[in-house]
Design a protein around this ligand. Structure first.
Ligand code: NAP
Ligand code: SF4
Length: 683
């Protein structure tokens, strides 16, 4: 394959004086949880990072590692790196990366979780409890303990050097310990580590200064700065610049910008955030510094990264989740194969949501992420003829993986396009990234010669008489229509009809069912104007961010302003719990807040009594109520579509059922893709 230079800036080396980055692509820090599995966990971590090194990134930042027991972000001692005895485990990682590509750098991220640590022994500058992540109040560090904590950072950096890392990144953002020293609201100290901004920033500056002193000149030291906290009472722009300059003077090699605290209520990485929305802030800071700067957040394709560099917003582009989604991202970009990139859709469903639920991290679109030692798509020695029925996420994942292994795959789809439910998801404002997943599968189908038969409703007989070694049924689901009196009324639509715009939707609407799809439908029908995820100015208005004037935290004193459709919407569920509980940990709050700001009425504990020309009759806590609506949209989950499987069950030997067709209760793209890939790997 000939190499194109379409991304000339992205592939320009960067001279750091004592060393050089081969290009501008950085794999940003991502928690994996693999280290929790002891020695085997480190073997798996080594394989995970080595695959990204082989994929062409210039530098990798590891997941956060705590310098002491109080700072564990995941509550597991395995995350702590404070003793020479742990060096051999880390050596496994650094050696694997060097073996994969001697030119790839790897830096250890030092993360002290501070008041976010999910442990009763957590510490902070002041005893102020975090509103998120942990239920425990922190203990105030004594002046001696502050000194000891700085020593712990320095010790960790020294151990990192011993273990073969090329450098360290100190995370000074996100609300973790270092950043909590910076703000008055979390630092009420009266000793030399609190009071004026000069004193509050000393902790960050001293960590960098003393690390540099200990590790010498030829070691990368990155400081991750909170360039915007997205909170009232965050840092002023002058404070951000003052800190960045002081960090440069203290000996940092690179400054990396970050744009949130975990307790902030502005989304900064979810799919509803426009691509590269925050790069302009990095660009503004870059003008004040002479060392290179890194930008990040929602940069998920090479053209976006190239544009960020072309606009002078950064020297290096960090992509964490995109490297989970596709370890070969950099090589594909370099070789002009960007249409083969499996794009991160910023759903957070299998990465950050898993991390915060203490589950092993992986990726919705790439189940091999963090499973490199056990899930492999090896070339088959015995190619089979395989029929696949249904080109939704499960059928697609199976087909392209099996074909990539060398099997002959015929994929039947009754619709005229592939994608199943992804074709609904892509139409929801803020979920446009699903177009990329469909583009990826289209390209993989071409590349691996899957025989795609669109518009073909395959029959039982075709499958019985065909020369198939294996038959895979991935026929998906159909919307569930609950047995409510009057459900056949003309004012009733299922969610499919609503999303595809197949029937008109009135001004007053009740939505039955408040799962992921109920929320999506509410978002769609209350939406007006341009999707915020496609326009950074609309996004800034919706969430009250001022990129130009940069008030404190980027948001101080600004009221979010949404363009709201002229429609009154009731979102209903039978459970008595608060609506949105089942949505993603890291994204659900933003969905809910957005709908609340649009005035959507959310009602729990509903019993549906009937639908007629007066509207929807319900009881709430046994009180009868009529919602005088002109449209009722049913979003009450799904039922499996598996007739063909049941018909064939006795007559075909190697028959498999996957995805929503197998378990509709959990139609979930993560499970569907994972199941499709694992089955394909096993045949
Ligand atoms: P869901 O999450 O299972 O929600 C179905 C809703 O319908 C629930 O609120 C349920 O709650 C209600 N319901 C179920 N049976 C009912 C009945 N017989 N009568 C009335 N109400 C009934 O299903 P979904 O919203 O269709 O989503 C399907 C899958 O898509 C999910 O598993 C999710 O993984 C995925 N998805 C995720 C997102 C996301 O943002 N992460 C977005 C879209 C889809 P009550 O019984 O309490 O009323
Ligand atoms: Fe990206 Fe979603 Fe994969 Fe996370 S799970 S890396 S957000 S595609």
């Amino acid at each position: 394959m000939s190499e194109k230079n379409q991304y000339s800036l992205l592939f320009e080396p960067l001279d750091l004086g004592f060393t050089r980055l081969k290009n501008r692509i950085l794999m940003g820090s991502m928690h994996t949880g693999l280290e929790h599995d002891g020695d085997e966990g480190y073997q798996r971590l080594a394989a995970y990072y080595a695959e990204r090194a082989k994929g062409g990134v210039a530098m990798i930042i590891t997941g956060g590692t705590s310098p002491n027991m109080a700072g564990m972000a995941g509550g597991d001692a395995a995350e702590v790196f404070n003793s020479p005895q742990q060096v051999p485990n880390h050596r496994l990682v650094t050696n694997a990366v060097k073996a994969a590509d001697p030119d790839c750098k790897i830096c250890l991220q030092i993360l002290h979780a501070g008041r976010y640590a999910p442990t009763p022994d957590l510490v902070a500058p002041s005893p102020i409890k975090s509103p998120v992540i942990t239920p425990y109040p922190p203990k105030e560090l004594s002046t001696e303990e502050v000194e000891q904590t700085i020593d712990d950072f320095v010790n960790c950096a020294q151990l990192a050097k011993q273990a073969g890392y090329t450098g360290v990144e100190v995370i000074g953002s996100a609300g973790y310990l270092v950043s909590s020293f910076l703000l008055e609201k979390t630092n009420k100290r009266t000793d030399e580590w609190g009071g004026s901004y000069e004193k509050r920033m000393r902790f960050a500056v001293e960590i960098v200064r003393r690390i540099r002193e200990r590790v010498g000149k030829d070691f990368i030291v990155i400081y991750r700065i909170a360039a915007m906290e997205m909170m009232e009472d965050g840092s002023s722009w002058e404070e951000v610049v003052t800190l960045a300059k002081a960090i440069e003077d203290a000996g940092a090699t690179i400054i990396s910008t970050h744009f949130t605290w975990h307790e902030a209520r502005v989304p900064t990485i979810a799919t509803r955030v426009p691509r590269a929305a925050f790069a302009q802030v990095t660009g503004k800071l870059r003008k004040h510094l002479s060392i290179p700067v890194i930008t990040s957040n929602r940069i998920n394709m090479p053209d976006v990264a190239e544009k960020v560099l072309a606009e002078g917003c950064a020297d290096i582009v960090s992509m964490g989740r995109p490297m989970l989604a596709d370890p070969e991202f950099a090589n594909k970009a370099k070789q002009g194969r960007e249409d083969e990139i499996n794009t991160c859709i910023a759903c957070n469903q299998a990465c950050l949501d898993h991390h915060f639920k203490h589950k092993q991290v992986t990726c919705l679109v790439n189940p091999r992420a963090c499973n490199e030692t056990e899930l492999n798509y090896l070339p088959t020695k015995a190619p089979k003829n395989i029929a696949v029925v249904g080109a939704g996420p499960a059928g697609l994942a199976f087909s392209v993986t099996a074909a990539q292994r060398g099997h002959n795959v015929t994929l039947f789809e009754s619709n005229m396009e592939i994608g199943g439910h992804f074709n609904l998801a892509k139409l929801i404002p803020g979920k446009e990234e699903f177009y990329e997943t469909l583009r990826y599968y289209r390209r993989q189908i071409e590349l691996h010669n899957v025989d795609l038969r669109l518009g073909q409703k395959v029959t039982k007989e075709q499958l019985q008489i065909g020369d198939w070694d294996e038959v895979v049924i991935s026929t998906g689901i159909t919307p569930r229509i609950p047995a409510i009196e009057g459900v056949g009324h003309t004012k009733v639509l299922n969610y499919r009809e609503a999303i595809l715009g197949e029937k008109p939707i009135g001004k007053r609407v009740a939505i039955i069912g408040a799962g992921g799809i109920g929320f999506d439908v509410a978002e769609l029908i209350t939406h007006s104007g341009r999707s915020a995820s496609l326009d950074v100015n609309v996004f800034a208005r919706e969430w009250g961010i001022d990129f130009e004037n940069h008030p404190r935290g980027g948001v101080q004193g600004i009221q979010p302003k949404l363009e709201v459709a002229d429609r009154e919407v009731f979102l209903l569920q039978r459970k008595a719990t608060s609506l949105g509980r089942g949505l993603g940990v890291t994204t659900g709050w933003a969905h809910k807040l957005s709908l609340q700001r649009k005035g959507v009425h959310m009602i729990a504990g509903v019993n549906y009594q009937g639908i007629d020309s007066d509207g929807l009759h319900i009881t709430v806590n046994n009180e009868p109520r009529t919602l005088n609506v002109d449209t009722v949209i049913i979003c009450a989950g799904q039922e499996s579509l598996r007739t063909i499987y049941d018909e064939l069950n006795e007559s075909i030997e190697n028959l498999h059922l996957i995805g929503g067709a197998e378990v509709a209760m959990e139609i979930d793209a993560r499970r569907a893709i994972d199941q499709g890939c694992r089955l394909a790997a096993s045949l």
